[in-house]
Write a protein that binds this ligand. Structure first.
Ligand code: ARG
Length: 463
């Protein structure tokens, strides 16, 4: 197979070098963007009289026939043609003859691959944020359904204070909202047109980059051709945003795993999303959340891999940059599959709200409420803390819970206690009283629910 660049070579490349250097086995998934970019480029070349209108029309026809072949699955990629760009160009020349040789005027694969990846990531950012929104909506529905259910909130994985299950679920909605906003911001820097930078220094031909940007829906054109062909910041930002969302999904998964243990028994995961053991007949294992947790590590690895790839790379394009694709594609696939499976599984989780409530009522979770009661009676918080600590110690000694104390016992610790303290000791009362903004009281949780319902109704994630 004659190479597009064979002019200055005396001998052919070895088969082993060809298979070592090829990227079409993984970059062929960019075909659609590559063709769209080429169509815009050919139109611009004709508009600028760099090629004739007639030639441009022939090229466009050829490209759309190639697109049809990809769509119908009949396009045969050839590894000896290196990458997706060369495969499409060779197919074009084969289809329409030597006119096809004009397409690559004022263009290099260096700006072309950056364009393809930017177009690809723009689309994937849209899809990923839409999936995040779906998970958010699912969590929001769950928190509406469980409004009123009380669970123990934890710090250090020790029972801390009673909270609404809805409040806990909405914490994830909030995290995911930050993820959406990070992707939205990242999109601004993806949305820059590199095409027209050519190999490194631009071109002597009278191209119109702004016209190409407009046709392809880019907000800006890259300002420095050397930077444009060697910059992979936009990918790294995308990967960082992806790592962050995976970290959130992993934390959620970890809690689902923990909550489904016999020890917690807060939830039951649906049969459809769990597996059995090949030896222990009683087992029901939380493999789906476990794998989400594990895949998070893969995505982190992908960021590290490209950071390392970039470190110490001299300007401008180096073939090293070809290795950026597998980690990016893997990240996109992983994030999308994790968001999708969680979306499917979450609505079918059964919450054992009775167990949650009874756990919330033990472990002295309303001790802080007692301390704050004392503060309201003008006792400085540090002293109130000390007094309440003594009360807890007393209960532990007597093997009773706080709500089992009577007023006489309490008065022994401080004369300011009145009968009304007794109604502060149940988890439900504690939850009701935590009505500070962002707190766990139903009124405050309802405010969060209303905020997100409004947001989800009004705006698509990237608006
Ligand atoms: N397959 C290459 C990549 O992914 C395309 C750019 C090749 N450029 C070059 N000068 N060999 O980076």
């Amino acid at each position: 197979m004659k190479k597009a660049w064979s002019g200055r070579f005396k001998r052919n490349s070895s088969a082993s070098a060809e298979s070592f250097t090829e990227s079409v086995s993984f970059d062929s998934r960019l075909w659609e963007y590559d063709i769209k970019g080429s169509i815009a480029h050919a139109k611009m070349l004709a508009r600028q009289n760099i090629i004739s209108k007639k030639d441009s029309a022939r090229i466009l026809k050829g490209l759309s026939a190639i697109a049809d072949e990809f769509t119908s699955g009949t396009f045969k990629v050839r590894k000896e043609l290196e990458d997706i760009h060369m495969n499409i160009e060779a197919a074009l020349i084969k289809k329409i003859g030597p006119i096809g040789m004009k397409l690559h005027t004022a263009r290099s694969r260096n700006d072309q691959i950056s364009l393809d990846m930017r177009m690809y990531l723009k689309e994937e950012t849209r899809e990923i944020t839409a999936l995040i929104r779906k998970v958010q909506k699912t969590l929001l529905k769950m928190s509406e359904r469980h409004l009123g259910s009380i669970m123990p909130g934890y710090t250090h994985l020790q029972r801390a204070q009673p909270v609404l299950l809805s409040h806990h679920l909405l914490a994830y909605v909030e995290m995911l909202q930050r993820d959406v906003s990070r992707f939205k911001d990242c999109l601004k820097r993806i949305d820059v047109l590199p095409l027209g930078s050519c190999a490194i220094s631009g071109t002597t031909l009278p191209i119109d980059r702004t016209y190409v940007a407009k046709m392809l829906g880019f907000k800006q054109i890259a300002g420095n051709s050397i930077d444009a062909v060697s910059d992979r910041d936009f990918m790294l930002e995308f990967l960082s945003c992806s790592s962050m969302v995976m970290m959130h999904l992993s934390r959620l998964s970890e809690e689902l795993i923990l909550w489904s243990t016999e020890e917690f028994n807060f939830i039951e995961l649906p049969d459809e999303y769990t597996t059995g053991s090949s030896i222990m007949p009683q087992k029901k294992n939380p493999d789906v959340p476990e794998l989400v947790r594990a895949k998070t590590g893969r995505v982190y690895g992908n960021v590290m891999s490209i950071l390392t790839l970039m470190k110490g790379l001299p300007l401008a394009y180096n073939r090293d940059l070809q290795e950026d694709k597998p980690p990016v594609f893997d990240t996109v696939d992983t994030v999308k599959s994790c968001l999708t499976i969680l979306c499917n599984m979450l609505p079918d989780i059964i919450f054992h709200t009775e167990t949650m409530l009874s756990s919330a009522g033990t472990g002295y979770t309303t001790a802080t409420d007692i301390a704050e009661y004392l503060v309201k009676k003008n006792i400085p918080f540090r002293m109130a803390h000390e007094i309440t600590g003594k009360i807890v110690l007393y209960c532990m000694d007597k093997n009773i819970q706080l709500h089992q104390l009577n007023i006489k016992q309490l008065k022994a610790f401080s004369p300011v206690f009145r009968n009304d303290i007794l109604k502060h000791l149940e988890p439900a009362a504690s939850v009701r009283a935590h009505s500070s903004p962002g707190g766990t009281a139903t009124s405050s949780v309802m405010r969060q629910i209303r905020k997100y319902k409004k947001l989800f109704n009004e705006k698509s994630p990237l608006r």
